[in-house]
Design a binder for this molecule. Structure first.
Ligand code: XUL
Ligand code: CO
Length: 436
């Protein structure tokens, strides 16, 4: 049976089409910088928002009309949702999806029961992946919804809760492996604090690092080859999330010997909440060879919470793709739409409009970034701006061949530095606009 009976497979029809249910820019097989768009972008649908989102918010009840939902959290409903999900993703031409264990399967009365239910759903997901060729970009465990995690999971003050979380992650890594997942994500749910009076921050961070090492040990022992990704976020649900931003996560990774084990999954709205641009967060991660994947969405500058809207801003997607192309793409990571339709957009077709918009916005960003890179305009500007480091005293400093005394002797002789150049910020902004 079809759950989206009125919707045909979404096709690329080009920028002039009048069809709302078509791609104007996302042309999966079009070659950009020597690769197919679909290989560079690796779009993924987020199971939680798209198939579990109800439209509930702190002020009101669910609004979403989802004819396939029977109002229960039953296994039957979970099995039916798999059909819904794969019909949706096939029609959208989405090559990947992502999930938390509890998005795809209801939790049972005990861990053993939960695991058994999960296995049933995973069996069906596996069959659907085989039938359609759609793949799992990443799996993760929900360590934040159940009340047991009120104090956190890997940073809980309750060692039993830590053990439960470990068991849950063990199983989640196993099912991610079973489904051929390319990555495994750790977003720090409730790993953080609300006040330091009752918190042993040092001990909690030690526990969190231990948790990641144990997860890695287990992944190795079962032969899971996927990339581990930590997802930075500065606040919400706790006042202070430990994985604050890219720089904080990189410091944690280095402090606890997790280099080579964990990269980052960088999310736009989390960057905004941290007071950074997404481009900043991506560049910090990429400079450390740790940009693994992205959660594509956007916040609202007027609102101080995680609105998880679909990305439509071409400046934003261009900036993302400039950093991503500079590091040669994201694989084995991808572009996961960790985004939800507004609660006023309650019809199933709105899910298509939302994803089509996001995919087109990224495809445009990709083409614009590739055009900027092809002309070499930014590269030339940067090269010129730093030219004093390519020879003379600059080169000596970079090579470690100049002491403070040498620099003093150099300046005493020279008298004054060469004059500065203009930064030409406005000109550069004008140039970027010419490509949009
Ligand atoms: C929460 C968030 C999560 C992670 C996965 O803000 O982004 O959905 O992406 O746990
Ligand atoms: Co996310």
């Amino acid at each position: 049976m079809a759950y989206f009976p009125d919707i045909e497979r979404i096709q690329f029809e080009g920028p002039t089409t009048k069809n709302d249910l078509a791609f104007r820019h996302y042309n999966p097989d079009e070659i950009v910088e020597g690769k197919k768009m679909k290989e560079l972008l690796r779009f993924a649908v987020a199971y939680w928002h798209t198939f579990r989102g109800t439209g509930v918010d702190p002020f009101g009840a669910p609004t979403m009309q989802r004819p396939w939902e029977d109002g229960t959290d039953s296994v039957d409903n979970a099995l039916r949702r798999v059909d819904v999900a794969f019909e949706f993703m096939e029609k959208l031409q989405a090559p990947f999806y992502c999930f938390h264990d509890r998005d795809i399967a209801p939790e049972g009365a005990t861990l053993a029961e939960s695991n058994a239910i999960l296995d049933r759903i995973v069996e069906k997901l596996k069959a659907e992946q085989k039938r359609t060729g759609i793949k799992l970009l990443w799996g993760t465990a929900n360590l934040f919804s159940n009340p047991r995690y009120m104090h956190g999971a890997a940073t809980s003050c309750n060692a039993d809760v830590y053990a439960f979380a470990a068991a849950q992650v063990k199983k989640a890594i196993e099912v991610t492996k079973e489904l051929g997942g390319a990555n495994y994500v750790f977003w720090g749910g409730r790993e953080g604090y609300h006040n330091l009076y009752n918190t042993d921050m040092r001990r909690e961070l030690d526990h969190l690092a231990k948790f990641l090492h144990l997860a890695h040990d287990h992944a190795k022992s079962i032969g899971f080859k996927g990339q581990f990704l930590i997802e930075p976020k500065p606040k919400e649900p706790t006042k202070h999330q430990y994985d604050f931003d890219s720089a904080t996560c990189l410091n944690f990774i280095r402090q606890y010997g997790l280099e080579g084990i964990c990269k980052l999954n960088v999310e736009t709205n989390h960057a905004t909440l941290a007071g950074h641009t997404m481009m900043h967060e991506l560049q910090v991660a990429s400079d450390a060879d740790a940009l693994g994947s992205i959660d594509a969405n956007t916040g609202d500058l007027m609102l101080g919470w995680d609105t998880d809207q679909f990305p439509t801003d071409i400046y934003l997607t261009t900036q993302c793709m400039l950093v991503i192309l500079a590091q040669g793409g994201l694989a084995p990571g991808g572009v996961n739409f960790d985004a939800k339709v507004r609660r006023e957009s309650f019809e199933p077709v709105d899910l298509f409009h939302a994803h089509i918009g996001g995919m087109d916005a990224f495809a445009r960003g990709l083409k614009i970034a590739a055009a900027i890179r092809k002309d070499g305009v930014l590269k030339d500007i940067v090269k010129h701006r730093y030219r004093s480091w390519d020879g003379g005293i600059g080169k000596k400093i970079e090579k470690g061949k100049a002491s403070f005394a040498d620099l003093e002797a150099y300046m005493l002789k020279k008298g004054n530095p060469d004059p500065n150049d203009s930064g030409r910020q406005e000109l550069i902004e004008n140039i970027i606009n010419r490509y949009l």
